[in-house]
Design a protein around this ligand. Structure first.
Ligand code: BES
Ligand code: MN
Ligand code: ZN
Length: 503
């Protein structure tokens, strides 16, 4: 699908479908009004006959509308005008594409970016139209022997307005949407791959390939390298598996190396059986998604590199399987992390924090501006926030606020949870500096408290994406989240940096 932006009249388009919005009840958008005028009330007549009210997400396809030059006109319901916000806009765009795929249209011109959305500029609408469109065409069919996709026939999409359009801003917004969508697609593809293919070795090879394609710097630490560094915690998770663990670093230098980088650390457990604290069998296949934090780091770096943002970003990906092999950790084992702190492993299924803590210590060598880790860390986060918001915890309130505002703008919800010392007490161990679990209560917070013991040297935030990285059920698949949030966060920082430099 190719996207472009334009401005003009909906009556003068020579494409196979023009899309205009209709509010509830039967209130025409500006573009719909233009078409109605041109066709001497043809559209309002149809609406008044009761064919469409304008309910959000409803659609009505019209052929041969008088005095128009396109093959078809698609009316899309926008719901109540006063309630038309981010989600409503996205939902209208989603219905548009789903309906367009059912028609034979090979190209379409959408007059939706001119519809007012509360607190949003036209650039937001352009970016998010592209993201929703790309989402609607995505299929997790990498490994189907026949990849048929009827949706491919829609090749050209123009985002148009009857109003003014600044083409520089418009193009930037288009590029942001596309880059973010590409990053999300990579994150989805990686998440959806089966665990026999997407192994730590696979991810390491991918990083090397990405480095070539995008002019990044990739480095792979093997188990022997990690041993030298004293990463006893990370290695303890790997020892139950036959697949060797890797610590991947992927660096993007968009500015001088003197500028401190943003470091993104992604949990890359390519399959989590729970280890000796074995998980129950139901839905265990979904633990192939336990590397979605890593996937989101790959996705975000792809997006940033595609846009060539003037900023420095380093991805660190600790990756391993969590298996109950003969050499696997036993509950009660005590290991020493790279930081020197000792950990009593009371539950081998709390492995995410065990690999992240060593990666977080390793992050210190980059003298980071901030560190954000992204992990499918706790089932408790799904209990607390469901599949809507990612959990956000931080040792710095300003950073948390910045991430929340990126999340809001990117329409990729996150919710701030407290990281108070009262919770940290749940991690006490009689035998080591800490236990790797803190009991049933506040599981997401105690997991973060564990991580916070390794992040004292820098400003840090943690995103628990256990509930948001993939969907279960009939439409099982990775979501590509939180690539939009992270890409927005980095973009906003890059823009701010640019402004500081100029002034
Ligand atoms: N990868 C899981 C977390 C998870 C579970 C994500 C279900 C999404 C859905 C993680 O490694 C894990 O097993 N966490 C344990 C921690 C517990 C043993 C303290 C959990 O949440 O049960
Ligand atoms: Mn686990
Ligand atoms: Zn896990």
């Amino acid at each position: 699908m190719k996207f472009s932006i334009d401005n003009g009249s909906p009556a003068k388009q020579s494409c196979s479908c023009v899309v205009v919005g209709v509010f509830q009840t039967r209130t025409l958008s500006e573009a719909a009004k233009t078409l109605d005028k041109n066709s001497n009330g043809y559209i309002s007549n149809i609406l008044n006959n009761g064919d469409m009210e304008g309910k959000l997400g409803s659609t009505l396809l019209l052929h041969n509308v008088p005095n128009t030059t396109c093959n078809r006109i698609l009316l899309v319901g926008l719901g109540e005008k006063s309630k038309f916000c981010d989600r409503e806009y996205q939902s209208a765009v989603r219905s548009t594409f789903n309906r367009l795929y059912e028609t034979g249209a090979s190209n379409a011109t959408l007059f939706l970016i001119e519809v007012p959305v509360k607190n949003r500029k036209i650039s937001w609408k352009i970016s998010h139209t592209v993201i929703v469109a790309m989402e609607s065409v995505y299929k997790p069919d990498q490994l189907k022997s026949k990849r048929t996709n009827k949706k491919q026939q829609l090749q050209k999409v123009t985002l148009s307005t009857t109003g003014k359009l600044d083409s520089v801003t418009g193009k930037k917004a288009l590029q942001w949407g596309l880059a973010t969508a590409h990053g999300m697609n990579l994150a989805k593809d990686l998440g959806n791959l089966p665990p026999n293919i997407c192994t730590p070795t696979y991810l390491a090879k991918l990083a090397v390939k990405m480095a070539k394609d995008f002019k990044l710097k990739a480095a792979i630490l093997e188990q022997k390298d990690m041993k030298k560094l004293g990463m006893g915690s990370l290695l303890s998770v790997a020892q139950g598996s036959n697949e060797p663990a890797k610590l991947i670093t992927l660096e993007y230098w968009g500015l001088s190396k003197k500028e401190k980088p943003i470091v993104l650390v992604g949990k890359g457990v390519t399959f989590d059986t729970g280890g000796i604290s074995l998980k129950p069998p139901a839905n265990m296949d979904e633990m192939k998604y336990d590397m979605c934090g890593a996937a989101s780091v790959f996705g975000t770096i792809t997006a940033i590199a595609e846009m060539k943002l003037p900023i420095n970003v380093v991805g660190i990906i600790p990756t391993t399987e969590n298996m109950p092999g003969g050499k696997a950790t036993k509950p009660g084992d005590i290991v020493t992390s790279m930081s020197g702190q000792t950990i009593e492993i009371l539950n081998t299924d709390a492995e995410g924090r065990l690999i992240l803590c060593d990666a977080l210590t390793y992050a210190e060598r980059y003298k980071p501006e901030v560190v954000i880790d992204i992990a499918t860390l706790t089932g408790a986060c799904v209990v607390a926030l469901g599949h809507v918001a990612s959990g956000l915890l931080s040792n710095d309130d300003k950073l948390a606020t910045e991430l929340l505002s990126a999340s809001e703008k990117a329409a990729d919800p996150a919710w701030h949870l407290p990281l108070w010392s009262e919770y940290d007490e749940q991690l006490k161990s009689n035998f080591a500096d800490m236990a790797n679990i803190g009991g049933r209560d506040a599981g997401t917070i105690t997991a973060s408290c564990f991580l916070s013991r390794f992040t004292k040297e820098y400003r840090w935030a943690h995103l628990d994406i256990a509930g948001t990285a993939w969907i279960s059920g009939k439409k099982k698949g990775a979501t590509g989240r939180p690539v939009p949030l992270l890409t927005q966060f980095v973009t906003t920082r890059a823009i701010k940096k640019g402004c500081e430099k100029k002034s």
